[in-house]
Ligand binder design. Structure first.
Ligand code: NDP
Ligand code: 2PC
Length: 323
């Protein structure tokens, strides 16, 4: 029997609409829960009544030689009936357009019918900062007063906002960029950045800092072990390919290393693979209370980005917009 063609009924949610509803307040809680669900899904035995099922394969990528790559990031979250995939490109040499571009597709989980298409840029930008906030809440040694941000692009801005909104204890945010004038532009952008100072060197930026965020497109280490205060917490956000690194391998080996996905880190993270550092835990295991937060030690959260974070962000947007 021939099937009739149905007309497409899914919504397209613009960047402006996503931005209008995707607050850090909602997102940080949702990402924390998502990270927990992801780690619980793999670690429990099936006997556990609280076991949740999250099916999230490691991102697949196709390269455009000398330019960039396209990453495909699907996930199914049984508890939320969310069937979602993000498609994201990273073209680090882009000059007048963003280096990352993304769309998020949401399907009805019971039929597989498309439900909505969302602009993925704000979702990527904000959920990544939210994941770093979650890791910092669990792993920082006390209330942070000094934050150092290495890099001054899109993620630097979202991390600045999310951290200032979450950690009222912050007194100073130091920013460094490999092109110093861009760090100055970042620090002087507007009145709200009154607590932000531009630093000439990475060493100046990170000396004595309680929390460090690395958000560069560098493929070789920018953050050296000898500059980091013992007990500091580092969110390593860049370097998402197996041959790229942002963090001194000595620092990776001497710190307690947490990741978003163990499987992902062992396939995608040059910081982990090239240093041969031991991965102690997924941050979701800390959220679930099944692994210890070693707050008294120097800790690294190696973030690669996960579809589960995109999916919970998309859910907030659809719920808030009543779609
Ligand atoms: N873990 C996750 O979930 C996610 C990770 N990311 C990663 O975070 C990083 C930052 O992303 P985003 O802010 O969107 O990108 P942007 O392109 O907006 O910013 C990149 C920053 O890195 C700087 N930079 C470029 N080349 C170098 C270099 N060789 N050495 C040091 N700094 C350099 C740029 O400086 P300038 O512009 O002055 O050249 C800029 O400050 C990227 O590595 C990206 O892939 C992004 C999204 C999600
Ligand atoms: O998770 C994500 O979207 C990305 N991680 C690195 C580049 C984009």
């Amino acid at each position: 029997m021939a099937m009739e063609h149905r007309s497409s009924t899914f919504e397209f949610v613009t960047a402006e609409k996503v931005l209008s509803v995707l607050s850090y307040k909602l997102l940080i809680d949702a990402v924390e829960r998502g990270l927990g669900l992801f780690s619980k899904s793999k670690s429990s035995s099936g006997q556990d009544a609280n076991r949740s099922s999250v099916d999230q394969p490691v991102r697949t990528t196709v390269a455009v030689p000398n330019k960039g790559f396209l990453g495909c990031m699907p996930v199914y979250i049984e508890a939320d009936e969310l069937l979602v995939t993000k498609l994201v490109t990273f073209f680090p040499k882009n000059e007048n357009v963003p280096t990352h571009n993304a769309v998020v597709a949401v399907f009805h989980a019971n039929t597989g019918v498309p439900r909505a298409f969302l602009d993925g840029d704000t979702i990527t930008t904000r959920r990544t900062a939210a994941a770093s906030v979650v890791a910092t809440k669990h792993l920082a040694n006390g209330k942070p007063t000094v934050l150092a941000i290495l890099g001054s692009g899109t993620q630097a801005a979202s991390h600045y906002e999310a951290f200032c909104e979450t950690f009222s204890s912050l007194k100073q945010v130091r920013v460094w960029n490999h092109k110093p004038e861009r760090a100055k532009e970042f620090a002087n952008k507007d009145e709200r950045r009154h607590n932000c100072v531009a630093c000439e060197s990475v060493e100046d930026a990170v000396r004595g800092a309680d929390v460090i965020v690395t958000v560069t497109s560098s493929s070789s280490p920018v953050l050296m072990a000898q500059w980091v205060k013992p007990g500091a917490h580092i969110n390593g956000v860049g370097a998402c390919r197996p041959e790229w690194a942002e963090i001194d391998p000595n620092l990776m080996r001497s710190a307690v290393v947490y990741v978003d996905s163990r499987e992902g880190a062992l396939q995608e993270s040059g910081d982990v693979l090239l240093s041969k550092a031991e991965v102690y835990a997924e941050i979701g295991e800390v959220v679930n209370g099944t692994k210890t937060a070693h707050t008294d030690k120097t800790t690294v959260f190696k973030s690669l980005g996960m579809a589960v974070e995109d999916a919970v962000a998309a859910k907030i947007v659809l719920d808030e917009l009543g779609l």
